[in-house]
Design a protein around this ligand. Structure first.
Ligand SMILES: [Zn+2]
Length: 76
């Protein structure tokens, strides 16, 4: 199988903006991350759990695709 590593990107919970460029290096659990676009404060723990869920979805899609490629011709 050829599974690519999944990039976890933090996006604003309110406006879906990319928060990679947001200020606040070395964030910790319980911190708030201010969105540069909508100025809302995002809870870091929620951001991480959402990002992980998205990452898992991407992985699932990749595995499904690879499985179809690998086994698809068995069912012709
Ligand atoms: Zn935002």
């Amino acid at each position: 199988m050829d599974i690519k590593p999944v990039t976890i990107i933090l996006t604003c919970l309110f406006c879906d903006s990319d928060l990679e460029k947001a200020e606040g290096k070395g964030l910790q659990s319980g911190d708030l991350l201010k969105c540069p676009s909508c100025k809302q404060e995002n809870d870091y723990d929620s951001l991480i759990s959402v990002a992980k869920e998205k990452g898992m979805e991407q992985l699932k899609q990749q595995v499904t695709l690879e499985a179809k490629k690998a086994f698809g011709n068995l069912f012709k």
